[in-house]
Design a protein around this ligand. Structure first.
Ligand SMILES: [Zn+2]
Length: 462
């Protein structure tokens, strides 16, 4: 009897191990199968087996941006449209981790959970993906960025639909440059800067500091400052480009007085500055429409008094993605709570079966409605009384804030920023533009925003 038990025990163990193994395999199959089917090594858009079946990528107006013909992945026939849309669509590799052809590859290749990719040819079919992107707006932003490196975002703050996510440098997916890995002109061409790159925000961050002041600094409405262009905070300098004279909050926003906002940041303090920044998208991880967004960061835990001051004007170690900047403007436009940006409007069923359009949803509240209205007034004054309405080249009522962000200790030209939105109900666009080393938000970034806004209005009319 004892002998039988000794023999039966290993058999029992083996049996248990067998079932545990099966359960583990099934679990992984369910969780990871779509991912495995579309791994780079199993990339059915770039090899010939299965590429006939890959679906198309279209813009919001039905313009075909990528498709498969005779076993080849092809892109829009217009060279500029191809280059402009590459950062969003991607090429036939998975080099760009945020591109639609990377993130949505199992949909494009027609992955089906029951049959995987192993269906007989006649039953296989990829899905078509219609983007929220407007290729005309994308092209206008790409052309306005020109040879500069940078990014331009425009999205509808009422629906969350993103019309433009331009990023330069880019390249032609039908004719990938041979020196793409070695030539500095293509530096970062595999990322979409609008989503993945974080830059010092400079004066555009004054929107965040103003929100923090209105929330946490009870005497902000009586707080005034005489700016002669130079002051010291914590024994070290804070400076303005020019003396801004006697300013209150609204005047300081309009004249972009650094010293005013540096003092405000110090008065608000590390804890509340950090709380407000985190409400407005900093220090968090976001995934919108299946796409991972780069991290915007505000960390003053080790900052001196002087550094805390500089953080209030978007310098020190503050970093922000262009898309987050556009979402902050959308929040100001929408009474404090923005819509989450979306990039994909529709994914068709297999075999051309139509499916319902996707809808976006609200993100978390960034500021109260009262604070949003106050900041809106200030951003409107920036355009009406400082930049000039004409600079945006449309009939839209624009609210905006520019920024010129020093690039720490590199001796290179500063980055130029602008962010803002249209108050027009018919064209509810929020936007953000960065031109790397553009040296001035006003001169370098506003013209790109203007080109993008004009193209969006024009395209919407047609
Ligand atoms: Zn000043």
């Amino acid at each position: 009897m004892k002998k039988t038990r000794t023999r039966a025990f290993p058999v029992l163990l083996l049996t248990i191990a067998f079932f545990v193994g099966i359960a583990y395999f099934v679990f992984n199959l369910v969780i990871h199968s779509a991912e495995w089917a579309s791994m780079p090594t199993n990339w059915h858009l770039s090899d010939n087996e299965g590429i006939e079946l890959a679906g198309s990528v279209l813009d919001r107006n039905g313009v075909v941006l990528a498709y498969t013909e005779n076993g080849q992945r092809l892109y829009n026939e217009d060279y500029s449209t191809r280059c402009a849309c590459l950062p969003v669509v991607g090429d036939s590799t998975v080099n760009n981790s945020t591109a639609i052809q990377t993130v949505y590859r199992s949909d494009l290749s027609g992955y089906n959970f029951i049959f995987g990719l192993g269906l007989p040819e006649q039953y296989k079919s990829g899905r078509n993906i219609t983007l929220t992107i407007d290729s005309k707006v994308q092209k206008a932003a790409y052309e306005a960025l020109g040879y500069n490196k940078g990014a331009a975002v425009l999205y509808n703050y009422k629906t969350g639909e993103t019309l433009c996510l331009a990023s330069t440098p880019t390249y032609d997916p039908m004719n990938v440059p041979e020196d793409i890995e070695t030539n500095d002109a293509y530096d970062g061409a595999y990322i979409n800067r609008a989503l993945s790159a974080a830059y010092p925000p400079g004066s555009t961050f004054k929107i965040v500091t103003a929100a923090a002041a209105l929330q946490y600094k009870s005497d902000i409405d009586s707080f005034e400052y005489d700016c002669n262009g130079y002051d010291e905070l914590g024994g070290k300098p804070v400076t303005c480009y020019e003396p801004n004279g006697h300013v209150n909050l609204k005047e300081a926003m309009k004249t972009s007085c650094n010293i005013f906002f540096a003092n405000v940041a110090v008065d608000v303090g590390k804890k509340h500055m950090t709380e407000q920044a985190e409400k407005m998208g900093f220090n968090g991880s976001y995934k919108w429409d299946g796409i991972n967004i780069g991290k915007s960061s505000y960390d003053v835990s080790k900052a001196s008094v002087n550094e805390l001051g500089w953080s209030g004007v978007g310098q020190y170690k503050v970093l922000e993605t262009p898309i987050n900047m556009a979402v902050i403007s959308a929040a100001v436009a929408s009474g404090g709570t923005p819509m989450k940006p979306m990039f994909v409007k529709n994914i068709s069923g297999q075999f051309g079966v139509p499916s319902a359009d996707k809808k976006s949803e609200k993100a978390k509240q960034m500021m109260s409605g009262d604070i949003a209205d106050r900041i809106s007034e200030m951003m409107r004054a920036c355009v009406e009384e400082s930049y000039g309405e004409w600079v945006f080249g449309t009939n839209l009522k624009i609210c905006a804030k520019t920024g010129t962000a020093e690039v720490s200790s590199s001796g290179e030209d500063a980055h130029g920023w602008v962010t803002g939105y249209s108050m027009d109900d018919e064209y509810p666009y929020a936007f953000a533009v960065i031109v790397e080393h553009g040296n001035s938000g006003y001169r370098a970034a506003i013209p790109v925003a203007a080109a993008m806004l004009q193209a969006a209005v024009e395209s919407d009319k047609n």
